[in-house]
Structure formats: C-alpha cells, structure tokens
Ligand binder design. Structure first.
Ligand code: FAD
Length: 491
C-alpha cells in the first residue's frame, strides 16, 4: 500500500493525519519530540502542570465549519467540557482597573464610567466588537481552490466583518489606542498584543470571547493534542515520536521519502511538511523550493515581524480569588531581553484546579519578545551558564514585582520554571523562537501561501506559517487543506 509521510506532529500534522486516515489513506507521522502537540503543549514541574498554549480556542461555539473540524479531529466533542472565560483580560494603571469582560455591555459600562469623554469611541468600539463576532475561519477547502461562488458565499457570511475592516482595517493597535483620551484605555488596548498587530485583530480576538467562540477546552493544551493524537491512532495512523527528520530525499521532481537523523530511510509516495516552514526550506529541502509568498514574508522583517515570549511559571501556596484571569499591571522597570519593560502580566489557571496540588495555585507571566530580543537571547545562549543566570535573575526580579502588586503573596510564591524564545527554537525548530506566525502589519499585504511546492509533485505543506498570524485554527485549517488536496488527487 502507498504511504504518506507527515513530518511534524503538531496540530497541523495531526489534523492532516486524522483526516487522511479517516479517508482510507495510510500515513505515518514523524515527530522529533517525545510527545505530539508541538507548540500546543504543557509539562509538569514539582507537582504543578504548566499549560503553555490555549488562552482561547477559536471555534468552541457550535455552528461553524471550524467547530465541526475540531470535533472531527477529536479536539472538541465526545464529552469534552469547555471552560467559559469570564474575561478577556484586565489592565491596571495608577490604581484604576479596566476589564474587557465576556459580557461586552459590562465592558461598555465600565469604559463609560472610567472615561465619559471617550463616549463616542467607546460605543463605536463595543458596537464593532458585536459585528466582529460574525467572523469565521474558512476551513472547507484551500483558498486557491475556491470558486467565485465560494468567495461570494464567504463574503456574504462575513458582511458584518466588512464594516469592521472599513472602520478599523487601516490602523494598528497603537493608533486604535490613540483614538481614546483616557491613559488606561490607551494602555489596555496595547497591553495584550505584541507590537505591530492591526486594530481589527484586537476587535476580532475580543469578539471571540464576547461571542462565546473562544473558550478553553478542559484539560488544557496538551490534553487537546493528546486527544487528536488518540483519534489519529484510532483510525490506524502510526505516530513515531523521538523521530527527528534530517531531510527529504529527492529524485528529480519527486520526493522518494525521508531520512531520519538516526540514519533510517523511510520511503513515501507523499511527503507532508507539517513543521516550521523556515526549518523546512533550510534543513529539509533546498531553499530554492521556498514558495514566493513565504520568501516575501521572510524577506521583509519590517512588514512581517514575528514575536515570542519570555515566560515564567510560579507556584503559590494558597488559592487567592483576588487573582483570576489575565491581569496586566505597571511595575518597576525591568530589562527582559533587549528591552526595558514597565508593565507585566499575571495569568491565573484557577479554572483548572488540577493544574496545582490541593490548596495551591499556579500563575504565569509572559513578556512579549521581539526579533531584537530573540537576537539578544541567541547570543547569550552560546554561554549556557550566562543564559541560565540571566533567566533566573529576571524571574526573581519578576517575583518581586508580583509581590509588590499582590503583597499577600509575600513568602507564598516561588518560581517553578522559566523559558525563553530559545526554548521554542530548541523544542519546535521555530523561526526566531516564534510561536505564532507572521504579524501582517498595516503596511503589508495579507499573504496566504498555498500548501504546494513548485517543482516537487508530491511534497505538500501544512503549517500555521502559511497564513499570518497563525494560531491553532490556522494550523488545523492548513492540515485539513493538505488532506483535501491528497484526497481529491488520490495516490
Ligand atoms: C505560549 C503560547 C500561547 C499560545 N496561545 C494560543 C492561543 O491562545 N490560541 C491559539 O489559537 N494559538 C495559540 N498559540 C499558538 C499555537 O500553539 C500554534 O499556532 C500552533 O500550535 C502551531 O501548530 P503547527 O502544527 O503549525 O506548528 P508546531 O506546533 O510548531 O508543530 C510542528 C511540529 O513539527 C515538529 N518538528 C519540527 N522539526 C521537525 C523535524 N525535523 N523532524 C520531526 N519533527 C519536527 C515540532 O517538534 C512540532 O511538534 C500559542 C502558542 C504558545 C507557545
């Protein structure tokens, strides 16, 4: 029987695997790590569980093609409970707090009482968040295979989104923030997303929460990945872990198979690259095969920046109801990577009591990191001792700032783990340590890369990197599109 080899067992690779197996194809996934899931993962430390992906999963609300896809691959459905987020996040400045609640009318009220002089912009923002709730992620078939009729249908289903784009489509989050006079509103809007994100991305992200379409499956990120991997195996898929792929073996216009790092050769009729595309076109295949769209995005570091995180997990003795959701607050200046920060976030996982031992809780901080920060960490990483020391020093300084904000944590909080953009590079071969794909800045045109490789008949791509800004829905959609192409064409 002919065989499809999938390189990478992240969400894109697993999705392609499940759908191909279900359609009767024989596939094998080769994943370099000990567990499937890629970026959608978590790990244990000292009796705590560090969940490191899902802050919101777009597609938790029934009634969309994306929701159906999550169910089909086992991410949702089958009794998987979903935790309903009460808030998007909250920000604090000069003693005042602003929360973007799930209930947007509550947010409107809070914004209006905070800053009556911003009434016009506040009402507009909340009204457009309502419109943005209609946003859907199209996952039926690859965009390059869509007919004019498909596009008309899609346009009709998202006509309210057209209004959002008209109003907010030509500004970034900083410009959106500047429409408001109140300093806390300005700060809050730029607090949550990395620099360069467009304003509509803020509205759409908040709208997934207000629309009940961006909740969190119980068990968190790793559980979700393991459920999809379980579905893959149920359909007869073969998952090889600790299987690092060295390169794709080419013969003219075809791939003959893959070579693993340990020297084993695996023959294949199709090879699906479901890993980081920079890794694909620098390690697995010659760069000359890189699709035009990817070349354009990698080639312009201003218009298509990427970001990562410097992250800390804390164990807390006690359960403190005062800290819930994601909270951003001002802090004493602190150098993280190459930048000086003056605010930081704290996120509670109190919605999953099982993530911490009885009577304790786990918190996390994520400092957004730019490409410049990545360069800083990369240089430091060549001296492992210095790298560790720096990480620990920042983590200790962060704990002090958390205690300044929440004095009741004195003597009750300690660092469990610290990780940086270099962790993502090591774990997933991620480009510049990024865990999302390219940010499409307002100066840039939006590029979606078809999952085909010009000049190679049987090599396909499935990865969040094919469409900015990436994320779990994009990874799943790209996995589905590869399966769609193979199922249509057959072997
Ligand atoms: C802190 C954090 C928060 C996030 N929050 C959210 C969120 O709230 N919502 C959301 O939608 N998304 C979120 N994301 C992003 C989301 O995790 C990613 O978009 C998604 O998991 C990417 O999936 P992927 O399959 O495209 O890539 P990856 O997850 O990178 O999978 C690629 C796989 O290929 C493997 N691989 C690489 N090279 C090789 C090789 N040579 N041989 C074999 N295997 C190889 C890697 O180990 C990896 O398992 C977050 C990510 C992080 C880290």
């Amino acid at each position: 029987m002919k065989k499809i080899v999938i390189i990478g067992g992240g969400i894109a690779g697993l999705t392609a695997g499940v759908l191909l197996q279900k359609a009767g194809f024989q596939t094998e996934i080769f994943e370099k790590n000990a567990l499937p899931g890629g970026q959608c993962t978590g790990w244990k430390r000292e009796g705590y569980f560090i969940d490191n992906c899902i802050h919101w999963l777009t597609g938790t609300r029934p009634g969309s093609a994306l929701h159906d896809l999550w169910k089909e691959i086992g991410a949702l459905g089958d009794g998987v409970e979903v935790y309903e987020k009460e808030m998007f996040f909250s920000s604090k400045l000069n003693g005042e707090t602003l929360t973007f609640w799930r209930d947007k009318e509550r947010t409107r009220k809070e914004l209006l009482s905070l800053s009556p002089e911003d009434e016009k912009e506040i009402n507009k923002l909340i009204d457009y968040v309502s419109l943005a709730e209609t946003m859907t992620v199209p996952v039926e078939k690859p965009f390059d295979a869509m007919t004019p009729f498909d596009f008309i249908k899609l346009g009709m289903s998202m006509k309210e989104m057209g209004k959002v784009m008209k109003e907010y489509g030509n500004m970034d989050i900083k410009e959106l923030a500047m429409r408001f006079q109140h300093p806390l509103i300005r700060r809050a809007i730029t607090d949550y997303m990395p620099r360069g994100y467009q304003a509509y991305a803020f509205l759409v992200s908040y709208a997934t929460v207000t629309g009940g379409n961006g909740d969190i499956p119980k068990g968190g990120s790793l559980s979700m990945s393991l459920r999809i991997a379980g579905k893959y195996k149920e359909f007869g898929g073969v998952l090889h872990t600790n299987a690092d792929v060295e390169k794709i073996l080419l013969n003219g216009k075809r791939a003959e198979g893959i070579l693993l790092k340990d020297g084993i050769r695996v023959d294949a009729d199709y090879v699906v690259c479901a890993c980081d595309t920079n890794h694909t076109f620098h390690q697995l295949l010659p760069e000359t095969y890189m699709p035009k769209g990817l070349k354009e995005m990698y080639g312009d570091r201003e218009k298509y920046p990427v970001s990562s995180g410097f992250q800390i997990a804390y164990g807390v003795d006690g359960v403190f109801k005062e800290i819930t959701g994601t909270r951003v607050f001002s802090c004493e200046p602190l150098k993280v990577g190459s930048q000086k920060v003056q605010s930081m976030s704290i996120q509670s996982y109190d919605y999953e009591p099982g993530f911490a031992p009885e009577g304790k809780m786990i918190l996390q901080t994520n400092f957004s990191q730019t490409e410049e920060d990545y360069r800083y960490w990369k240089v430091l990483y060549s001296d492992k001792e210095a790298y560790q020391k720096q990480k620990n020093e920042i983590a200790q300084a962060a704990v002090e700032r958390v205690i300044m904000e929440y004095p009741f944590l004195t003597g009750k909080i300690r660092v469990l783990d610290v990780w940086s953009p270099m962790t993502y590079l090591r774990y997933c071969n991620s480009y510049k340590g990024a865990y999302m794909s390219f940010v499409t800045t307002k100066q840039a045109k939006s590029i979606t890369v078809p999952g085909k490789v010009k000049g190679l008949d049987n090599v396909l791509l499935a990865s969040q990197w094919l469409m900015g800004p990436g994320g779990l829905p994009t990874a799943a959609a790209m996995g589905k599109f590869v399966a769609w192409r193979i199922i249509r064409k057959g072997l």
